[in-house]
Design a protein around this ligand. Structure first.
Ligand code: PLP
Length: 480
């Protein structure tokens, strides 16, 4: 018995896996977007006592193929459900290579070339988002962890007290984090995990366009300071996940600068759109942020997982994540061969996430990526216009980026919110079951909205037209 395959076994499994991946991509546009599946039968399909004896790899592959068909097709051009990646094949190939190479990207000494590639990729992320070129950063699992790490860093930067040693009890006052009412759930979650509590997150009002009111922010920070509270940071949206709202980053950065409060920008969704001509101009102030979350596994079209935190002053990462006080001997004075990611983030063992980003950016080029993002925004605008021009759909929110919130609203139900909410709730589930397209939902005030997110280089206006037709077809069945 051996854990090592023979060269022939390796080749057979490797070719079968590659063959499967190639066919999966060939069939990316084929419905159903969502499989016909229920939990009980799926659980019994997977259920198996711990295998003690080897099973032929070909049989394991065949079982995988059966299970794969019972997953949602996230690369399908009519998978409108969420802000998520359609999954570039360059990233797929790179992930196979990264696993084969199996570098542990803890530090330069452990993984010299992978560390150098991650530094390079971080520089490209700064260039694509318009972040300060002098900043540093680290790749993480996603936007939630990037936001969590950013708030941990902002908290340390807000005081001279040694929070790593003494905990948040050493803060000079009750901490305050300012975010708009539509901030991502990872903001309050981070506050909870940091031990400062969700109560620390102060909700700043938004206008009808869901953008933070910068004047209200200024007033709130001043009032909190006067009351002896401890303002820590502002979390501003560069593309909120409900409607795509981009907060007025320029005005907010002004408030932060004058009040000495850290500005964290959550660009998990919209950060990479900064260079797209159709994107909101407010994104051009990203360079004024102290920190920025990005999600290459969203609008850089990378396969899961890949998140990124950028920080204007990389020493602040060390101040937060270094064990001991050695961060005072400034990194720039040391040789790059001394560099350790474990001093710059929460993880020790880390996979080679940078490789898929390196492959995607090099194989396609930043110009093509930005063009695909711009095209997604154009398709969303066209969908919004089609909804506005229709007699049976109604739009529920502005669509500044690539999310459109709307509902099916036939003439006889207009003005009847309860009936419209009930109908659209049913329609969402029925459309998902139908398999031709997939939409999720958002609550816009008290209105239940169907939410179409376009974060896919395959999606065209033909797909959005099919989405509207599918909803109409399913509705005529539902309302019969
Ligand atoms: C997706 C998203 C997050 C969370 O990112 P994950 O990668 O899913 O953890 C945070 N903020 C915004 C605005 C997002 O769109």
């Amino acid at each position: 018995m051996t854990m090592d395959f023979t060269p022939g076994e390796r080749e057979a499994l490797g070719r079968a896996a590659l063959e499967w991946a190639l066919r999966y991509f060939d069939a990316a546009v084929e419905p159903p977007v969502y499989p016909t599946v229920s939990a009980g039968p799926l659980a019994s399909l997977v259920s198996e006592a711990l295998p003690q004896d080897p099973q032929p790899a070909a049989e394991v592959m065949a079982q995988f193929a059966t299970l794969a068909a019972l997953g949602r097709k996230n690369g399908h051009p009519r998978m409108f459900g969420y802000v998520q990646s359609s999954g570039s094949f360059a990233g797929v190939a790179a992930d196979l290579l990264a696993s084969a190479l199996n570098q542990n990207v803890t530090s330069w000494r452990s993984a010299p070339s992978a560390t150098a590639v991650e530094h390079q990729v971080i520089d490209w992320m700064k260039a694509m988002s318009g972040f300060n070129p002098a900043g540093g950063g680290i790749l993480l699992s996603g936007g939630s962890l990037a936001n969590f790490a950013a708030l941990a860093v902002a908290l340390r930067a807000s005081t001279d007290a040694d929070l790593n040693q003494h905990g948040v009890g050493a803060l000079p006052g009750k901490p305050r984090i300012y975010a708009s009412a539509v901030t991502h759930m990872s903001t309050p979650k981070a506050a909870a995990m940091l031990g400062i509590g969700r109560d620390a997150v102060v909700s700043i009002p938004v206008g009808a366009d869901f953008r933070m009111d910068a004047a209200a922010l200024r007033t709130q920070i001043a009032a909190d300071r006067a009351a002896g509270l401890h303002p820590v940071c502002v979390v501003a949206n560069a593309g909120d996940v409900n409607t795509g709202a981009v907060d007025p980053l320029d005005a907010i950065s002004g408030v932060c600068a004058e009040s000495g409060v850290w500005l964290h920008v959550d660009g998990s969704y919209g950060g990479f759109a900064a260079g797209a001509p159709l994107a909101p101009r407010a994104l051009s102030a990203i360079g004024r942020a102290d920190s920025l979350s990005l999600d290459p596994h969203k609008w850089l079209y990378a396969p899961l997982d890949a998140g990124c935190l950028l920080v204007r002053d990389p020493a602040q990462l060390q101040r937060t994540f270094m064990q001991g006080a050695a961060y005072v001997d400034v990194i720039a004075d040391r040789d790059m061969s001394e560099f350790a990611f474990w001093d710059h983030g929460p993880e020790l063992s880390r996979r080679f996430r940078a490789l898929k980003i390196w492959f995607i950016v090099k194989c396609h080029g930043a110009r093509a990526i930005t063009a695909a993002i711009n095209d997604n925004i154009a398709v969303a605008a066209q969908l919004a216009a089609a909804i506005d021009a229709s007699g049976d759909f109604a739009r529920l929110a502005p669509a500044p980026l690539s999310i459109v919130c709307f509902r099916y609203a036939p003439a006889h139900l207009r003005g009847n919110r309860d009936a419209l909410n009930a109908l659209n709730r049913t329609l969402m589930v029925d459309v998902q079951r139908d398999g031709q397209a997939y939409v999720s939902n958002a609550m816009i005030g008290d209105d239940f909205a169907l939410r179409a997110c376009i974060v896919n280089f395959r999606t065209t206006t033909a797909d959005t037209a099919i989405l509207l037709d599918t909803i109409r077809r399913v509705a005529s069945r539902t309302m019969r």
